[in-house]
Design a binder for this molecule. Structure first.
Ligand code: BG6
Length: 484
């Protein structure tokens, strides 16, 4: 038995609006980019390129949906109508914090509306009050992969600096409205995902650019605009309330060199800088690190970066670091076996087992990652996502004996405990996710992460009823005893 020693540690769960809410066109909400990706039958789970790289034409076809395809994120798990029931279940297993995202499209459906949509504000106020009634703290992700489509149609996504103004209007509006009830804020989910999927993170279609170089340039421009938007939001929020606690969120794709050949070690270092550390470096230190400037130069990437934007970035830094951690991969310059990882492709690791989606299971990696991030940045750390996706079916007792999930969570939680003993300041953890949700990457309902089973299939057939898995009872007991 392992005793988790840190007191007042925040244990909780995370979800995202587009993966749980449903009600995609109710009460004035507009369509979002995540609701324009269809479910793909006969998906190759170990190669999800086709799902991620759907063409602009297919995104646009989803608007009229003449082909009658199923768009899972339009339905989620109907949290919009069942949130009271879900929050009650969260409370009963002692979740102390709930990280959820708000849908921009519910608040400013067209992006440039003059006034916020009252129905959208009311929905979130009701949800937040329900959390507080149940003694659950709240962390809000302001934007989680669901840019309203009208903003893409009219402005072309984040490459356009005008989107920064629209975002600020939205972010500051919800901050003013909810600053007294929301405990922590994350301006963007997995800000670095933009470099793997411009459409997901930035609303930028590959087809709109004549070459890879121009597309890459647009993605980094979009990212710069997000860095500035985040810093400007921090500035405005702190002017309204000094107390505001605002962090970043990075998809922490830790990779190891495949072996000790210095060529591979160096390549691993280079890619980790570009894919991971660049984001933390910029948001913690407030300037573009030298290695990314070299990368821009070598790839002929020219960005429009204004002096006042860099000043704002320099002067308004994050209070804490948060990241998602699911899997690790390997890097090698030679041809090596590849596997899927969270929205990226990674080299295989012969020492690790993998899930049905090819994601390596690596609990020690979370301790390595926390130590690395703490040593480099010395800012408090919050693990904002961690969990395992599995194919599951209810048994005759209407439950699931998900010992593999218990093992996964337990091993990762022990390693977090060890990282804290190493001296790292980690203050909370929200598992992905307390309840089954639609998958962000593959749009499947059957890729289940929850401790609570939801009775919907990939086509949203089912009662939507909630059932408790074995892990739910395990987690509840852990919260009562601190024993793992
Ligand atoms: C992260 C996202 O990338 O990983 C979540 O922030 C997502 O939205 C999670 O659900 C797991 O990925 P997937 O593709 O298995 O749902």
């Amino acid at each position: 038995m392992y005793k988790f020693k840190k007191e007042n540690f925040l244990w909780g769960g995370a979800t995202a609006a587009s993966q749980v809410e449903g009600a995609w066109n109710l009460n004035n909400k507009s369509l979002t980019i995540s609701e324009m990706r269809p479910f793909i039958k006969n998906l190759d789970r170990k190669n999800i390129k086709d799902v991620l790289d759907i063409s602009k034409e297919n995104y646009l076809k989803s608007i009229e949906n003449k082909d009658n395809l199923h768009y899972p994120k339009r339905f989620g798990v109907d949290f919009y109508h069942r949130y009271k029931e879900d929050i009650k279940l969260f409370k009963e297993c002692h979740l102390g914090i709930y990280r959820l995202s708000m849908a921009w499209a519910r608040i400013f459906p067209n992006g440039d509306d003059e006034k916020p949509n009252e129905a959208g504000l009311k929905f979130y106020r009701d949800v937040f009050e329900e959390c507080k009634k149940n003694n659950i703290k709240i962390m809000v992700t302001i934007n989680h992969f669901d840019l309203p489509y009208p903003i893409i149609e009219k402005y072309g996504g984040w490459v356009n600096k005008k989107v920064t103004d629209l975002y600020l209007k939205y972010a500051v509006t919800i901050f003013k409205e909810f600053k007294d009830i929301v405990d922590y804020w994350l301006p963007f989910n997995e800000i670095n995902v933009a470099i793997w999927s411009g459409v997901t993170g930035l609303g930028i279609f590959r087809e709109d650019y004549k070459s890879n170089k121009l597309y890459l340039e647009a993605c980094y421009q979009g990212l710069h605009n997000q860095f500035y938007a985040q810093a400007k939001f921090i500035e405005e929020a702190k002017n309204i309330s000094h107390e505001a606690k605002i962090g970043c969120m990075v998809a922490n794709s830790t990779n190891y060199p495949l072996n000790c050949d210095p060529k591979n070690v160096r390549e691993c270092q280079r890619l980790q800088q570009i894919h991971r550390f660049f984001f933390y470096d910029l948001m913690v230190y407030g300037s573009y690190p030298s290695y990314i400037n070299r990368f821009f130069k070598e790839n002929n990437i020219n960005l429009e970066i204004k002096k006042n934007e860099m000043e704002t970035i320099k002067n308004n830094k994050i209070d804490f670091i948060s990241f998602s951690y699911y899997a690790t991969g390997t890097i090698s310059l030679d041809e090596s076996d590849k596997t899927e990882s969270n929205l990226t492709i990674a080299g295989k690791n012969p020492y690790l087992k993998a899930t049905d989606w090819g994601w390596h299971i690596d609990s020690i990696g979370i301790r390595i990652t926390i130590n690395e991030i703490w040593d480099k940045y010395h800012l408090p750390i919050f693990i904002s996502e961690n969990g395992i996706g599995v194919l599951e079916k209810l048994n005759e007792q209407n439950t699931i004996e998900d010992d593999y999930r218990i093992d996964y969570l337990k091993e990762h939680m022990i390693q977090i405990g060890e990282a804290i003993e190493d001296g790292c300041d980690v203050f909370g953890y929200t598992m992905w996710t307390p309840i089954d949700v639609v998958s962000a990457g593959t749009n499947e309902m059957s890729k289940r992460y929850g401790m609570i089973y939801v009775d919907y299939d990939d086509f949203h057939n089912g009662t939507g009823n909630r059932y408790l898995k074995k892990s739910y009872h395990w987690f509840k007991k852990f919260r009562e005893t601190n024993l793992l």
